[in-house]
Design a protein around this ligand. Structure first.
Ligand SMILES: NC(=O)c1ccc[n+]([C@@H]2O[C@H](COP(=O)([O-])OP(=O)(O)OC[C@H]3O[C@@H](n4cnc5c(N)ncnc54)[C@H](OP(=O)(O)O)[C@@H]3O)[C@@H](O)[C@H]2O)c1
Length: 338
């Protein structure tokens, strides 16, 4: 059996997460029992939610246990099988964690899903045609439920979730405006992802300025907002919402490392009779097949061209993860392992 490199959570962050919170170790992969398979990971996913799980505090999910392999999504290939449903060479998506190999009891429902790489590259099953894509789909279709012609806004627009949101919104005949950090990300959002406009929040240092830019980009006001960031961006969007706007509260990454996220004008929620709903995509498994089918079609037809930031090798994962929390990624952040 091959040797396996793993990254463990060694200690919990105090304030900002640090590379020293993680530890790289090497172990043997255990021999397989009946029903198990050995998966060699080709890519692993780095996601903002992992920051929350590094804390001990109570949340919708259990904290990442100390001294154990960092949890996370992976795509790879079966390299050994003692399960008749999975053959060596098949490509699978699973939750193998920050390590080169995982031993999986493939009889457990939902732990491994075979994927077809003839139309969609393997890595996209961790992004546009995976959990982040379904997240965008759920917030758009089930919470915002837009009508054609309405104006939608999404923050962190160039990222894994935001880019999928744009393609899904355009497919429903909406005006879609992104908010992203920096001219390169905004150019990609407009020119390659096909958003109607994109605002660089980094050139707007206060709510008034960002809200004025939103007024220009959204002349009919904002009917639906998909929130990934929180803080000043949410304040600026609220000022431009129409009556009966819907907000899908997906993430608040500006606060994940401990920064406070005060809301300047909560009364706008009442004045504009806004419906705001938080959600966790893993609690809505019933929509995944429909969402993945649409997202796979958008990627296969070139209507969604997801970008990826790929760090090389397991040892690069901690720095790449810290970079994701600072916006240094450009598109879906992955680590390539093999
Ligand atoms: N509720 C759910 O079930 C669920 C599931 C998946 C993801 N999410 C959430 O969805 C959001 C996007 O996730 P993703 O995987 O698509 O990540 P991503 O957008 O690919 O990467 C994160 C991006 O967030 C932006 N960002 C980071 N710090 C920021 C700050 N202080 N202020 C403003 N923007 C900041 C950066 O883009 P810029 O350079 O443009 O600022 C960065 O590239 C996250 O909040 C995540 O927690 C929620």
């Amino acid at each position: 059996m091959p040797r396996n490199q793993q990254i463990l959570l060694d200690n919990r962050p105090e304030g900002e997460a640090q590379a020293s919170n993680f530890k790289l170790v090497e172990t043997d992969t255990p021999a397989l029992a009946d029903g198990q398979v050995l998966v060699r990971h080709h890519f692993m996913s780095l996601d903002p939610y992992m920051r929350g799980r590094m804390n001990e505090s109570k949340s919708y999910a259990q904290p990442q246990p100390l001294g154990q392999v960092m949890q996370g999504g992976t795509v790879g290939e079966i390299v050994e099988s003692r399960n008749p449903r999975f053959a060596v060479g098949e490509k699978v998506v699973g939750f193998g964690g920050w390590q080169q190999y995982s031993v999986v009891d493939a009889n457990l429902p939902g732990v491994l899903r075979k994927v077809d790489t003839s139309q969609v590259p393997l890595s996209h099953y961790l992004g546009a045609v995976g959990m982040p894509g379904v997240t965008a789909w759920y917030g758009l279709v089930k919470l915002i439920a837009p009508k054609a012609g309405e104006t939608l806004v999404v923050s962190a627009a160039s990222g894994a979730v935001g880019s999928a949101f744009g393609a899904l919104g355009k497919a429903r005949g909406c005006r879609v405006v992104g908010i992203a950090g920096g001219p390169d990300k905004c150019a990609y959002v407009r020119d390659e992802l096909g958003f109607d406009d994109c605002i660089d929040y980094k050139v707007h240092s206060d709510v008034k300025s960002l809200s004025a830019a939103l007024k220009t980009a959204c002349p009919q006001g904002i009917d639906g907002y998909f929130e990934n960031v929180g803080g000043m961006v949410l304040d600026a969007v609220l000022l431009r919402t129409n009556a009966f706007a819907r907000i899908a509260l997906c993430g608040m990454i500006a606060g994940y490392d401990g920064a406070p996220l005060p809301l300047a004008n909560p009364s706008l929620l009442l004045i504009n009779r806004i419906r705001l709903e938080g959600f966790i995509v893993s609690e809505h498994m019933e929509v995944w097949p429909e969402a993945l089918a649409e997202l796979g079609g958008l990627v296969a037809s070139g209507k969604l061209r997801p970008r990826e930031s790929i760090a090389q090798g397991l040892a690069a994962a901690p720095e790449a993860f810290l970079g994701l929390l600072k916006g240094r990624n450009f598109g879906k952040q992955l680590v390539q392992l093999a």
